[in-house]
Design a protein around this ligand. Structure first.
Ligand code: ATP
Ligand code: MG
Length: 407
């Protein structure tokens, strides 16, 4: 991308109401634009980060046999009334809207009901199961507070996966496959070392659910861990029974804050029964379908990664999510000519700062935007047939021969 051709301008200062680091830096660096509290637009750099995160999640889910769909945001109340979840006392984050022809619709905060209902058309026999179906979709939640940048939105991007099984054993088997896939996803996205599978409350149908919590100073959750972090639990399950269950003492636990980037849940037949999704077994007997659900906060993850790696100069993206690999600057006539050549050969992975600005301003922006490698080709470096390559993470610069650039 040519910087001179995008509408993006970096900002010297963050808007005053943007108090969280992720919101402030992502706004200043031109990744996002705030519409109102908890509602953001994703700009050209931002959408590239989102797509990179989605690509990793999609790759790992497809590897374990999942199928991608895209369900509607608008919801029919009649369906949600079957599970009791259209009521505000059950789900307190609904956005509801009126049809001009009369009647109410909901804006989906999650998708158990519609997917389960949709599958009544396609599932009838044990031969149709198991199924693992996911989407990347915008969710709407009327959150009371939304003040942590993109960590908590009223409209946000989620990956939600739902699985459907003939037995609890099969659900358990797939659940542990998802646990492993999540581990690989967070590792590839650069938050593996700080993200821990955490015991959380399971609701009525199983003792625990599991959250994936990234330890982070601005995280909204409080979690407790033992020294080697092999046991992490959410404060909501910190009680004597759970401590005994996990074989850990209260005094061996340390408190910290974390952001929940994922959540996995065994639902059993909580939704399939009331919605009437059943299958017949090989004795021709009707049976309940067992379900699991597995979320990842895609836009929250972007904010978590931004927070995690930011330094005093700006953002520092891990390569797997960075919007570009190279931030290219040409200095002088020959330098710019050579930079054009590099850009032609690496167009898709390069942000070419060809704006009419002083090099110092470009360098400051390259640090703010946080692209992994800054490539500077100047008349001077060209005297030795070299370019200067600076790694954003370490700030270290080395000279690289032009013919080896981008290799
Ligand atoms: P939280 O406890 O943070 O409110 P949740 O338990 O309600 O989240 P789920 O319904 O399990 O979340 O949603 C799956 C994932 O979506 C969460 O793990 C989180 O990463 C993300 N998520 C949930 N709510 C929001 C939000 N308001 N803004 C951004 N991401 C969110
Ligand atoms: Mg939660």
């Amino acid at each position: 991308m040519r910087f001179s051709k995008t509408f993006i301008k970096t900002l010297r200062e963050a808007p005053k109401d943007e108090t969280a680091t992720n919101g402030a830096l992502l706004t200043r660096a031109g990744y996002i634009h705030k519409e109102m509290a908890g509602v953001y637009d994703y700009l050209p750099f931002g959408i590239r980060v989102i797509e990179n995160i989605k690509a990793v999640v999609r790759d790992e889910l497809n590897k374990i046999g999942c199928e991608e769909v895209l369900l509607s945001a608008l919801q029919n109340p009649e369906l949600w009334e079957k599970t009791g979840r259209f009521s505000e006392t059950e789900v307190d984050v609904w956005f509801k809207t009126e049809l001009s022809a009369g009647g109410i619709l909901g804006l989906a905060p999650t998708h158990e009901e519609p997917l389960t209902n949709m599958l009544r058309t396609y599932v009838s026999s044990y031969k149709d199961l198991p199924l693992y179906i996911y989407q990347f979709q915008t969710k709407f939640r009327n959150e009371l507070r939304a003040k942590s940048g993109i960590l908590r939105g009223r409209e946000f991007l989620m990956k939600d996966l739902y699985s459907f099984h003939t037995s609890e054993e099969d659900l358990d088997r797939f659940y542990s496959e998802v646990e492993k896939a999540y581990g690989r996803i967070f590792k590839r996205l650069g938050v593996g070392d700080d993200t821990f599978e955490t015991f959380a409350s399971g609701g009525i149908f199983s003792k625990y659910s599991h959250e994936f919590q990234t330890f982070l100073p601005v995280g909204e959750d409080t979690v407790y861990y033992n020294k080697d972090k092999s046991i992490v639990l959410n404060e909501e399950v910190l009680n004597d029974e759970v401590l005994a269950d996990l074989g850990v003492k209260r005094e061996d636990l340390t408190e910290t804050t974390a952001a929940e980037v994922g959540n996995i849940f065994k639902l059993k037949s909580k939704y399939s029964d009331p919605i009437g999704l059943k299958y017949v077994d090989d004795n021709n007997t009707q049976q309940s379908v067992y379900m699991g659900c597995y979320g990842i906060g895609i836009s929250r993850l972007m904010g978590v990664i931004a927070e995690k790696y930011a330094d005093e100069k700006g953002l520092v993206w891990p390569e797997a999510v960075a919007p570009f690999k190279y931030y290219l600057v040409g200095i002088g006539i020959k330098g710019n000519k050579e930079a054009e050549k590099f850009y032609k050969a690496h167009t898709d992975e390069t942000l070419f700062d060809d704006r009419d600005l002083r090099p110092g301003e470009k360098f400051a922006d390259s640090e703010l935007i946080g692209i992994p490698y800054r490539v500077v080709i100047s008349d001077k470096t060209l005297e030795k047939n070299m370019a200067e390559v600076t790694e954003r993470k370490t700030g270290k610069t080395k000279l690289v021969e032009i013919k080896n650039l981008g290799k």
